[in-house]
Design a protein around this ligand. Structure first.
Ligand SMILES: Nc1nc2c(ncn2[C@@H]2O[C@H](COP(=O)(O)OP(=O)(O)OP(=O)(O)O)[C@@H](O)[C@H]2O)c(=O)[nH]1
Length: 354
């Protein structure tokens, strides 16, 4: 999913390196020219160690010596200006939200300007570290240990899923039921999408395939009532987790808000998770913001991470909502659900090989 962004970050690294190289050569050339001038006017003392390299060994060694002597900073604000501007545009074209692109470039600027290149690190490593730190801070917002939250919460843990239709909400609920089962937690599904024809059949198919209990009401019923019934079922049958689906899109956002507020009031969920697809890019980020405004979310699941997308939503959603991406959907199978690991994502983005 991140090939596009990876390429853009790679381009930024080489842009900055190229700027720094040019600057280094200019400085070294200036130093070498000054040396030559002083030799010509006879003002320089002969080198005490007899290793004056400006004549015998050529300008290469002279440049290195000049660089070592100055302990020069890796790059100045002016040198960073053009590459950072280019990076910001690249991030925007990679579906990264504008505020997020700014935040990333600002953090990189802060870290790099005036940073002195340590002898143990190459310029490339310094730049890579700055990009890595900036990305980690932006995409790692609010991360918490989901499994630990399930383990320590009073049972049943009630999780409600929001998001528009067709992004993989129902499939993600099914995957999470499998994920929980593999870790020793039982679950019951509740179809709170009483609005759409065929929603019951769809979730029932998943429940049957997984051997998970499902609670449904007739189409047009009250979504809060369905989830409430599932909570009662869980309490009576010692079930650990209630997974409540909701309708994706109602007539107006007021309807949606009213429905989610009623669910909040009636079942008081422990977690509300927003589901959207990575391929929706900027739209997914905007929807995450809208849904979070309507009914505060605790985290997000980003589906279709296996499909070809720019990855901008994965970079932006946490920063825009202040809530973490918790899982990535990576295929159509029930096992295709991975915990979202910011460190792993950043490593993947910065690793040299494809
Ligand atoms: N490749 C891929 N496909 C996925 C993933 N998650 C879901 N899908 C597919 O996306 C399609 C829509 O998924 P649903 O679970 O039906 O979506 P929904 O949001 O519940 O939509 P409604 O049922 O219409 O409300 C299905 O064909 C799923 O198999 C994923 O992580 N990767």
């Amino acid at each position: 999913m991140f090939d596009g962004l990876k390429e853009k970050l790679g381009r930024f690294k080489s842009d900055v390196e190229a700027e720094a190289e040019t600057e280094a050569e200019t400085e070294a050339d200036a130093d070498a020219a000054a040396d030559a001038d002083s030799v010509a006017t006879g003002s320089a003392e002969p080198d005490a160690t007899g290793t004056d390299d400006s004549d015998d060994d050529g300008p290469g060694l002279a440049k290195k010596a000049a660089l070592a002597a100055t302990g020069r900073t890796i790059i100045t604000e002016e040198e960073l200006e053009a590459p950072l501007e280019a990076l910001e545009l690249e991030l925007l074209s990679g579906d990264v939200e504008m505020g997020v692109a700014r935040e990333i470039t600002e953090r990189i600027r802060e870290q790099l300007v005036g940073d002195t290149r340590k002898q143990v690190e190459s310029g490339e490593q310094v730049i890579e570290r700055a990009i890595g730190d900036a990305l980690r801070e932006v995409i790692g917002v609010g991360q918490f240990d989901f499994e630990d939250r399930i383990a320590t919460a009073d049972k049943p843990v009630v999780i409600v899923f929001t998001g528009v239709n067709g992004v993989g909400k129902t499939t993600s609920i099914a995957k999470l039921s499998r994920w929980l089962e593999e870790r020793g937690y039982s679950s019951v599904m509740a179809n709170g999408d009483t609005y759409r024809a065929g929603a019951n059949e769809q979730i029932e198919e998943h429940a049957e395939a997984l051997g998970t209990k499902i609670i449904t009401h007739q189409q047009g019923g009250d979504p809060a009532a369905v989830i409430y019934d599932a909570v009662e079922y869980a309490e009576a049958n010692d079930i650990d987790v209630v997974l409540g689906d909701t309708a994706g899109r109602l007539h107006t956002s007021n309807d949606l808000m009213a429905q989610l507020e009623k669910i909040d009031r009636v079942v008081d969920p422990d977690m509300t998770l927003f589901v959207d697809e990575a391929v929706a890019g900027q739209d997914a980020t905007n929807r995450a913001r809208e849904f979070n405004d309507a009914a505060e979310i605790d985290g997000a699941i980003l589906t279709k991470a296996d499909a070809d997308s720019q990855g901008g939503a994965a970079i932006s959603i946490a920063h825009v909502t202040g809530k973490p991406i918790l899982f990535l959907g990576t295929g159509q199978g029930y096992d295709d659900l991975d915990r979202f690991d910011p460190d792993e994502i950043v490593d993947r983005l910065l690793r040299d090989e494809a």
